[in-house]
Design a protein around this ligand. Structure first.
Ligand code: SAM
Length: 222
């Protein structure tokens, strides 16, 4: 998702109390509990787009903390507009950042779960490393996840989904559950929160694929 550049979006982000700013985010590494002022488990969405999923999840799960990550200012701005309507919500912050930098912003064992929703497919082979479920990104997630932490990935793109399953296997991750048709798999649909893309593509009749992954914990190679 790349909206046209919206003038003033960078300034609005810089002024927002709901964004941990670029110059501060690395200082929070290992100390995200201080940002929230409590010890609740921490969940992040990487490539959140306009933030519908993580905002709804934060509302339904007040006993968890959430950080939504998006690289484009013009897209993040849309999430901030929604967020501003919910001043009582205490468990949701946003970061404008490139996901490659995740291990600089979150410490080892700091994150309880990672959501990837309708990640960009990057169809050319030479761009495979940019796909958020690639083994390069899985290695980054492994660095920040707790031992029991899960990566949950949803998409309607079958090629990207099959790629994710292959990459997970190659990188030594285990599959807890998966389906090629989430909306007709009641045991995986329980508590499902729709994303913007999920609503759009399922309305067109596309089946939604979902996988939940974890990796037995060993300190990753540096
Ligand atoms: N997750 C949302 C949904 O399901 O409706 C948005 C999906 S949209 C296709 C993917 C989003 O991920 C875009 O807004 C894009 O800017 C963001 N994104 C892609 N790669 C990223 C990266 N490496 N770091 C941060 N954000 C990224």
């Amino acid at each position: 998702m790349r909206l046209r550049n919206i003038p003033g979006s960078r300034e609005a982000i810089a002024a927002s109390e709901y964004v941990v700013q670029e110059e501060d985010m690395r200082k929070k590494r290992g100390n995200w509990r201080e940002v929230f002022g409590n010890d609740q488990p921490l969940y992040i969405e990487v490539g959140m787009g306009k933030g519908r999923f993580i905002t709804e999840l934060a509302q339904t799960c007040p006993e968890r903390n959430f950080v939504g990550i998006e690289k484009y200012s013009s897209v993040l701005l849309r999430a901030l507009e929604k967020r501003a309507q919910l001043p009582d919500l205490k468990n949701l912050y946003f970061l404008r950042m490139e996901a490659e930098d995740l291990p600089e912003v979150f410490g080892e064992n700091e994150v309880d779960g990672i959501y990837l929703n309708f990640s960009d497919p990057w169809p050319k082979d030479r761009h495979a490393k940019r796909r958020l479920p690639s083994k390069e990104f899985l290695a980054r997630y492994h660095q920040i996840l707790k031992p029991q932490g899960r990566v949950e990935f949803k998409t309607d793109n079958r090629a990207l989904f099959d790629f994710a399953l292959e990459q997970a296997k190659e990188a030594g991750w285990s599959i807890d559950a998966f389906t090629y048709d989430l909306h007709h798999t009641p045991e995986m649909m329980e508590g499902n929160v729709m994303t913007e893309y999920e609503e759009r593509f399922s309305a067109r009749g596309n089946p939604i694929h979902k996988v939940i992954l974890h990796r037995e914990f060993t300190i990753p190679d540096r």
